[in-house]
Ligand binder design. Sequence first.
Ligand code: XUL
Ligand code: CO
Length: 439
Amino acid sequence: MSTHSNHFKGIGKITYEGTKSSNPLAFRWYDENKIVAGKTMKEHLRFACAYWHSFCGNGGDPFGEPTHIFGWNDIPDAVDRAKAKMDVAFEFMAKLSLPFYCFHDVDVVDFTDDVADNEKRLQALTAYALQHQKESGIQLLWGTANLFSHRRYMNGAATNPDFQALAHGAAQVKAAMDATIALGGQNYVFWGGREGYMSLLNTNMKREQEHLARFLQVARDYARGQGFKGKFFIEPKPCEPTKHQYDYDCATVIGFLRAHDLLNDFSLNIEVNHATLAGHTFQHELQVAADAGLLGSIDANRGDYQNGWDTDQFPNNINELAEAMLIILEAGGFGGGGINFDAKIRRNSTDPEDLFHAHIGGMDTFARALLVADAILQDGEYTKIRSDRYASYDHGDGKAFEEGKLTLADLRNIAAGKGEPAVKSGRQEYLENLVNRFI
Ligand code: XUL
Ligand code: CO
């Protein structure tokens, strides 16, 4: 139990102290019970800790050995080792008042190549997690299966040309769904890390994508059959580790879901650094999902302007997040999801406090962004400028066009009859200043 762990000794419960505080182990903006636009900050933001980065990542990188050394890794028995890690995870989440967590199957307990043994291990840890959840009130935002680390997935999981690899992926998904359901998990995520290709020369793209769709259908049917009422999320990412990933970005995934009749059960989990890797802004991806009614959840992090890979740094960009929260608030919030910190502390961040500073910074930046976005919407000028820009479609010929009442020839006659449109500013700089005025 969390009370059995004292990994973060000397660090107590993190509380809200307000903006005058310079205490690095306090919230300056995140006041979980503060009401904003009719809901508490806690209800709006639904923060979650990502088990994999915070308790499995060891600081190692392609050039260097681990720098984050965890005592529990020395425990020889896999289940005992996993329980010790879980005690620390719940100690951390409780100290930060994080309401949710997220995991992959193999984050929770180490797997071998034995399907039945892996199921038993995960069941043991599911029972243990359930005790922790009951004691702490912390809930599972989503579960998922890691179908990308094991060597059998080197050519993909659901899109593997070898059916036996696909079957192993399904076995993992089944067990991860059982765990998610047993833990009252609110959602289930699919991130297709290796569902794509390294070279088109050896790839039948059409067949692979059909296999992916069939895989998602059977997974959905299984979970629904077990009584799962939550959402399934697809997490788009354009590449890395593959050259090209089929879930490239939100628009691509929406087309895929529509083509395979999956729109009723699936929505999107949007990650900041995945958006930027796809050549989009985070805001763009949010807007695409929101416009389709598919904004489910987000994986919060940030990339690096100079690096073209998924650096998964903790979020700290207030402008980016204020604009993001504007879209999220206007969409009516998350569709069942929340804000999962899919972010890791740097290799050279080696103090126990670093994990707290990282999460506190991320939570405070989102809380501040929520306040900024709410103030902008309350003020109303932003919304008015945006809607006024389209006013010519609110009446007369423009309205008739929107309603499908005009032909191409009608449009031609309007152009000829009414002459050139007036020159109207898009006022981008004005709007950029408006956002900054509220920060
Ligand atoms: C990888 C990534 C994953 C998913 C879950 O880039 O984002 O951690 O969030 O599999
Ligand atoms: Co992610």
